[in-house]
Design a protein around this ligand. Structure first.
Ligand SMILES: C[S@@+](CC[C@H](N)C(=O)[O-])C[C@H]1O[C@@H](n2cnc3c(N)ncnc32)[C@H](O)[C@@H]1O
Ligand SMILES: Nc1nc2[nH]cc(C(=O)O)c2c(=O)[nH]1
Ligand code: SF4
Ligand SMILES: [Mg+2]
Length: 229
C-alpha cells in the first residue's frame, strides 16, 4: 500500500552536509535539503538559482548531486529517496535543514515525519509567506519578507508557528518593518535574530546596535566567513 511518504515528490536543487551557519542552531552539523522554486523575489537573495522551476531543468539525481556550481537544475525525490541517499552518502549529521527556494510551497510533513522517525531533528527556513505544513516537533525559522517584488504577504499562521524569527537587515526601514510585523502579528516571546544582508559593513553595524538596543540576537551567516557551503 502506498503511504503519503511514497507519493510526495520534492524538487531538490542541492543536498549537502555542512554546519548550520544561521540562527539559534548555528554550529550544528546539518544536512541541507534545498528545494527548487520561490516566487517572493528578494532583490538581495543568496539563492536566485532556485527561483524558477523549469520542467526542462529536471535532471537525474546523479546529475543534480554532481553539480559543481549553483545552477537551476533540480531532481525529483520522495522522502524515502532522500533518506536512502543520506544514508548512502554516509552523512553523520542528525539534523536536517529544509530550505530553498521557498520550502513551504510544499507540504513538508511527510519528509520531516520520516526523518524524525529515524532519530533526526528537522528545521525549516521559510519566508513566512506560505502556510507552514510540518510536524509539531519541527523547528521553524521564519525570515519574514516585507514588500518584495512578488507581492506576497506575511501570514499570521507562519509568524505564530515560528520558533525563531530571523530578520535580514541593511537599513533602518528593515528594522521598522520588523517592529511593525511583531506588533501586527502580536509576537511577544519568540527569539528575534537580526541577520546583516550580504555581510555588508553598515548592515552589520546596524544589526549590532539594534540587537543591543532591543535585546535581540545577532546572526551573521558564519558559513560565509569561514568559506564553507
Ligand atoms: C535563501 S533563504 C531560503 C529560505 C526561505 N525562502 C527564506 O527566505 O527564509 C535562507 C535564509 O537566507 C537569508 N538570506 C538570503 N539572502 C541573504 C543575504 N544576501 N544576506 C543575508 N541573508 C540572506 C534569508 O533571509 C533566509 O533566512
Ligand atoms: N552553512 C549554511 N547555513 C545556512 N543556514 C541557512 C542557509 C540557507 O541557505 O537557507 C544556509 C546555507 O546555505 N549554508
Ligand atoms: S524568500 Fe528566500 S529564497 Fe525567496 S527570494 Fe527571498 S530570500 Fe530568496
Ligand atoms: Mg544560504
Amino acid at each position: 500500500m502506498n503511504t503519503t511518504a511514497d507519493i510526495v515528490k520534492y524538487k531538490i536543487n542541492e543536498l549537502f552536509e555542512t554546519i548550520q551557519g544561521e540562527g539559534s542552531y548555528t554550529g550544528q552539523p546539518s544536512i541541507f535539503i534545498r528545494l527548487q522554486g520561490c516566487p517572493v523575489g528578494c532583490s538581495w537573495c543568496d539563492t536566485k538559482h532556485t527561483w524558477d522551476v523549469e520542467l526542462s531543468d529536471e535532471v537525474s539525481p546523479e546529475k543534480m548531486l554532481a553539480k559543481t556550481h549553483e545552477t537551476p537544475l533540480w531532481a525529483s525525490f520522495t522522502p524515502q529517496d532522500i533518506l536512502t541517499l543520506v544514508q548512502h552518502k554516509g552523512y553523520q549529521a542528525k539534523h536536517i535543514v529544509i530550505t530553498g527556494g521557498e520550502p513551504c510551497m510544499y507540504d513538508l510533513t511527510p519528509l520531516c515525519e520520516l526523518f524524525e522517525e529515524q532519530g533526526y531533528s528537522a528545521q525549516i527556513e521559510t519566508s513566512g509567506t506560505f502556510e507552514v505544513k510540518t510536524t509539531a516537533r519541527c523547528w521553524v525559522t521564519v525570515s519574514p519578507k516585507v514588500n518584495m517584488r512578488g507581492g506576497y504577504e506575511i501570514l499570521t499562521s507562519a509568524m505564530s508557528r515560528a520558533n525563531e524569527i530571523k530578520h535580514p537587515v541593511a537599513t533602518e526601514q528593515h528594522v521598522d518593518d520588523l517592529k511593525a510585523l511583531l506588533k501586527a502579528h502580536n509576537i511577544v516571546d519568540t527569539a528575534i535574530y537580526l541577520q546583516p544582508i550580504s555581510q555588508k559593513k553598515r548592515a552589520t553595524e546596524l544589526a549590532i546596535s539594534t540587537c543591543i538596543a532591543n535585546n535581540w540576537r545577532l546572526s551573521i551567516q558564519v558559513h560565509k566567513y569561514i568559506g564553507i557551503e
